[in-house]
Every structure is written in structure tokens, then in C-alpha cells.
Design a protein around this ligand. Sequence first.
Ligand code: ATP
Length: 900
Amino acid sequence: MTQSLNDESRKHIEQVAGEALAQLESIAETAKSKLHDGRTLGSDALASINTMTSSSAIQRLDQISQANRESYQVLVAEPAIARVVVVDEEGEEKTYYICRTTPVSGFPNLASYRAPVGRLASLAIGAEFTLPNGTVVEVLERAQLRPNALADGWDSRDTVVEAEHFGPFTIESLRALLTEVAGEEVTEDILGQLLAEETVKANIIDGVRRSVITKMGLRDQPILDQYQDEIFRLPLDKRLLILGPPGTGKTTTLIRRLGQKLDTAFLEEGEQRLVETVASAQGIAHANSWLMFTPTELLKQYLKEAFAREGVPASDLRIRTWQDYRRELARNAFGVLRTASGGGTFVLKDGLASLSETALERPIQWFDDFDTWQRKAYLQELHDAATQLHEAKTPEVLSLGARLQDILSRAADGALAAMFGSLAMEIAKVQALVSSLKEGSDGKIKAALNLQLNRNRAFLDELARVIDSLQQAQATDADDQDDPDADEEEDATAPRTGRAAALNAYMQAVRAQARAAASKRAVSKATRNGKIIEWLGDRGLTEADRAEVGASLLVQASARRFVNPVKRYLDGIPKRYRAFRRERQPANTWYRHEGFEARDIHPLELDIVLLAILRAAGDLISRPNVQRDIDSPAWSSLQPILGHYRNQILVDEATDFSPIQLASMAALAHPRLRSFFACGDFNQRLTTWGARSADDLKWVFADFDIKEITVSYRQSKQLNDLARAMIRAVGGTEQNASLPAHMDSVGVAPALLEHATNAETIVGWLADRIREIERFVGQLPSTAIFVNTEDDVAPVADALNAALAEHNIQVIACREGQAVGQESNVRVFDIQHIKGLEFEAVFFVGIDQLATLHPTLFDKYLYVGTTRAATYLGVTCQGTLPSAIESLRTHFCQDWQQGD
Ligand SMILES: Nc1ncnc2c1ncn2[C@@H]1O[C@H](COP(=O)(O)OP(=O)(O)OP(=O)(O)O)[C@@H](O)[C@H]1O
């Protein structure tokens, strides 16, 4: 309960106001003078720069001074965000001021919110806290400040003050409080006194006031509540998941945490050392080594300012949608998707009808099935190759084969890392063997070619012409060429035209022919090699040479599997995936039996391939010996993957991502830190593939620390009640959200318009409600209109613009989820883009049509849509309220004219 104001507490608050404003002034002035004080800045602070002063020391100093400058700038504009009075066990009181950034020197009790002492600002009155020096203190009094620099001095707006015996109160203006004190003494006339009394009353409000959302963007929340605060301070090397109903501050906590963890000054000592080691090994500064995933581009834009407030630079480069990042990884980094320059296996197709229901329902089992299969397939390949070598005629090859077989048989299933470690010892010998064999076989093939050239100098030019005519054929049959012994000397940079290309093609074709002869197979006439062989006729190797060269090539192929086994293991995953799919298809396991091409891949399948690659690499990279020797030939193929690791991985709206996607993101967290932070709410899952249970997430990290937060800050009581009733009605997980204590959460009932079939009626109704809101609030707050499809965005915006033109209210069409401008316009969005956003007022057009458009996610869209509104929610239906929420009718009113 708030305790009302008596004379004693009023006097006390006035004292606090006087002290706080003086302190704000003093901090700001000191910071300002530091900003202009050149002596503290940069390399010139080093007494003498000589050759002993390394350039990195100077660079460091410059960085520090840059950071100092930035924090002075913050302090000049916002000297403190809280004032806290504590008492220790000896009864000694102490007043702390808490600021957002690094404090300026000269103020012993000024601390950063990011520092451990900063937690005092989040604690409740009466809470105990152990200071870093071990002293236990109790919080006596607390004021949350919102400093405001005026031309003639400092003020703090909407300051919330509380102590054991009073409050919380919201003081509109601390400065006005002081002026009034002065005013009382000098005002002699009764009218003046009466007016002054009223102003005093208006300036001090019981409880905490809800502020109106005026801009599109996450609100600034300088101080978190004590549960959020506890989470944001947890150590860097944690796997954390915050779950909580809409508007409980999950995203807010995530951003604050990132801000704190990027500032190395506020990391613990051990963390600082670790972060430095990782940064120097990887060549990426800790401040840049993070990646955050969001489900939509719009959410990314919405959060931009919030990141800027945290002093996090270039956030838009590091906040990514999985859709974009997945493509980039698969296409440019791991060569899974085809490129125009010839690499890659698959073509990504969004709507590909390749998956069966079970793949969507049981993605974890699907992944496990593939991963187990592909490991086995790979090991089998190695076994076969070692056996082939062991069966060779040359003693040297034979003994190599025996040693390799021995290593393989010792590798227990699953212990790939140990096996790769043992194979690494053989690499040099294998390499030497392959080179000498290749020299021999190449020599033979080239000798045959020289013979042809002696007979006919135009031989290569003629072949080049044949190849040109075959280019087309090559493009298509590469798809089906899964011949495991296919020529490995062909690389992506192989010339594609002219004599060099002809030479290349000749070598390949002759090798294929020799291999076929040695293994008693035939080269298919339909392939490029088959066609070239046919054209060559008897202009290749003699039959005897063919058998000999063929045998050598088969040994080479087997030996090559051991030249860079790690690379082969990782690079082979996409092809193994294709083989796995082909094998599972006939039984309709995970995949449809037919109806799509072998080269096409669905995005959710691509996730499976990427996760297999990332986990395979991660298993190896997480071993200290591998990290140590990462530059050696045995492990160097892991480098590109290591290069994608980041010190922190964060995921907003995690429940929109599948367990496979989350596990892939998790696999990007640097193994030395394993720092992963995600937040979400299962009731708000807006994708059919999103994670459905805590178990799904435990699969990502067995040691996931799951925290729940429950205080719902966004919505008024009426909208909060509606949201809870909705969850009950549609059968979601019951949420135990509570409203913030002492906050005035009373709003207005949501408004409903039914049987609204024609556009004019709908637009007229929306326009009336928007005008009511402006009248009510005194200004037009941030307002959004949600429509069911992209096609409705522009027409609704146009019609509403026309209807509201009279009052100069501008309505903006946000096409394809793109927000334009930041000011408080009315915006129209397609419902699918609105995840994670919040507005003061939300209108939902035609919610009864949602069920038809999104039958499986209807209830989720409804829930997410209605929980975007802080105070005003208006809903229209073409018919009546959808039957699932028919029971909620009593929550609604018709309009807000009465302001009920
Ligand atoms: N401790 C707090 N005190 C007051 N307001 C808060 C607090 N924490 C968050 N808020 C406010 O609550 C609103 C919702 O915050 P946020 O968007 O972070 O919630 P969320 O849990 O991520 O929501 P959703 O599940 O809808 O994505 C914001 O306006 C934010 O400023």
C-alpha cells in the first residue's frame, strides 16, 4: 500500500529534492569540465612517448579516453538515475547516487548501475544487500530520477520516491517542489495560497504513474525491478532463458544485460581475462563479438534506439533474423547452398513440399536420426578406404592401411575427436604416398596425351569445342553424380574454357575411365566424362595402362580420405544429407516420398544440415588441444567455423525458433564462454515450427538456467485481465502474471465493433476511436492498426488518412513490416510483423478472419496482437467475436466516449 503524505514526509521529500538537484548539477558540471579538460585525454596523457611506449599501450589509452569521453557526455545529459539511502549494521547511513554509465571521479558515492553497487537502485525498501567490501546494508529510501536540464538549472521529472514510512509517490517536478516552498513564504494573498496548495497536490501523486508511449521503439527503463536486475547481472558464461508473459520486460532485460556485459569494466576479473584471451586469439574485440537473433526485421528496427541508449554501436549489423543469417552461413561460409561460381550442393526453396508431418512435429528426433546416420556413414567410408589400402599390393600401402584400420577400430563410436587426433599423426605419410602415386599416374596420362598431340596438334582445340557443347550437360548431371570416387583434383578454380579446360577435362575423363576399368564398372554414357570418353575412342590410355593407372587411382582415392579427414567429415555433410534423405524417402520417414528434386532443400532441412555441421565442428573445437593446435593442417579446416563464434549469443522471442535453429545459434557461442541468453513465451509462438516446451530448450543446452519473470508492466488492468481470460479460453499455458505494485494500472475496457463488413464503417469507427484517444490523452500516442494481410495495409492506411485528415492525423502504411519515421504517427501493419512491439493503442481489424487465414496459429496471433496494446485496444469483426473467445464478450465496451 502507498502511504499518504504527511507534513513530516513532505519536508523530508523537499530536502531530498534540494540535495538531489544540487547533486545533479554538481555531477553534470564536473563531467562537463572533464570533457573540456584536454589533460586527461588520449596518448598525450603519457608523460613521454618514447620507443619504450608500445603503440598498443597508446591505442589502449586512446580507447580508454574515448570511453571516458562517452561517459562524460552521458553524465552531462543525465548525471544520475537514482538516489538510494542505506544503513549499515552500525546504524551509519550513506547516500548513493547511481548513474547509467561510468561515474566521474570526485564523487565517492556515485556508482554505475552496471556495477555491483548499482543493484541498490533495484532493491525494495527494507532489502538487505552486501556491498563489495562485505558490509551488509539495508535499503532505507530510494528515488528513481529522470533528470532534465532546463535553461536555469536541473529538474527531475516523474521522480518516484519511497521509504519505509512513506510512498511511493511520483513527483512530477522536483524543482517545482522547491519553488513552491519558497513561494509559500512570500505569498500573502489568499488566492495565491490556494492556488499554490493545489499545485503542490498536483505535483505529488500517490503511487507510480504509468507513462504514455509516444514513440515507436522500446521504452527507456533505466532501472530494472529486482528480479530482472538479478538476471541481468548473472555471470557472462551462463546459458539463460527468461520466460514470462507479454510485457514483463524480457527484451528490456536482454538489452540491459548485453550493454553491461559488453562493457569490460563491469565484468568480473576472471571474465575479463577470459574475454581478453578469446579476443586476441580470434581477432575480434569483445565489444563487437556478439550476435542477436530476432524473428523479424521490424523488431530489429524497433530495438535500435534501445541499443543506442546502451551505448552499443553498430547494433543493426549484429542483430539478425535467422532467415538471413542461415542463408549467409549456408551459402557463403559452409558451401551448402549453390553459388554461381560452382560451389554448394543445394538450392533453397521456401515452399518446398519435402517434409512429412513428423519432421515438423519431432524435429529433435529427425535431427538425431540424421546425425547418427551421417556419422556412421562417414566412419563406414573411412573403414572401407582403410580396408582398400590394406588390400593393396604394395607393402608400404598395405602397412599404412593396417595402421589406419587399427586407429579406426580403436575409435569407439562417438569418440570422433580422439580418432581425428590419432589420424593426424598419419597425415604426412598419407600425403607423401598420394603425391608419389599421383605423380606416376599423371605421368602416364600426360604421356598418352603427348602422343595424341604429336599426331595432331589441334587435338586439344578440338576437345575444347566438344567441351563447350557439353557445358549444358555438365550443369545437369552434376546433381546426380554422387560417385564417391569422383575426381577430387577438380577444384572450383578449374578453367572452364579453352585449352586449359580441355586439358583438365581430358585428365578427368581418362582417370574416370581408368578407375572404372580397375573397379570393373562402366562410366555412364550420359555423363560428361562418358561423352568425352566416347569422343576420345582409343585416344586415351592403352588397356594395360588403364588397369594400372586405375588401380593407382583407387588407392589414391582411398588414401585421400585420410589426407584431411576433418575437412572431409564436415564438407561431406550436405552430400550425406542428400543420401540420407534418399534413403528415408521410400518409407515416408521425415520426407515425402516424391514431388521434389534431389537438389532442392526446404529451409527447415537446411537447419538440420547446418546444425550437423556446427555441432560436428563444435565437438572438436571445444577440446583444448584442438584449440591450441587450430593452425595445424589436421585442424585448420575448423578455422572458418571458429571465425563465426561470438562471445555472446542472444535470442529475442526464442519460442519462434525451432529447437534446431536455437541449437544452431547456441553452437555459435564461443566454447570458452558458452554465453547464451534467450527470452520468450510459449503462448506467443507465432511459427508452426517454434519450440513448444521447456524440454525442447533443455535439448539445446542441458544446463539451461530457466528463469521466470511475472510482473506485467505493459498493459492496463483491463487489458491484462483480457489477456489472461484469452489464454484460459484458447487453452494456452496458464500465466501467473501480476501487475506492478503501487502502479496506477486502471485503464479503459477494450472496444469492440461487430458486423463491420464494409470498409467505410470500419474506417469511420477506427477514426472515431483514434480521436477519442487523442482527446483523452491530450496528445496522440503511439498507435498501431493490425490488418490480416499485406494487401490490406495500403488501402486501410489510405482510407484512414482521408478520414483523419481533418484533424491532421497522419496514417502511415508500413509495407512488408518496414517502419517509417519514429514519431507518434498512426501506423498500419500486417499482423505477421508485430512480434515483440508495443503501442499505447492497438486496433485489430477483422479478427474473426484470422481463424480462416491462420487456422493453426489463430489463437497465438490473437494473443500476441492484443497484448501489444498498453492502454487502448479496439477490435473489429466482420461477423461476431470468434467462437473461441466468445466468452470474453463481457470484457469489451463499444467506445471510449465516456472514458469508462
Ligand atoms: N522494471 C520495469 N519497470 C517498469 N516498466 C518496465 C520494467 N521492465 C519493463 N518495463 C516496460 O514494460 C514494457 C514491456 O517490456 P518488454 O518489451 O521488454 O517486455 P517483453 O517481456 O519482452 O514483452 P513481449 O513478451 O511482448 O515481447 C516496456 O514498455 C518496458 O519499458
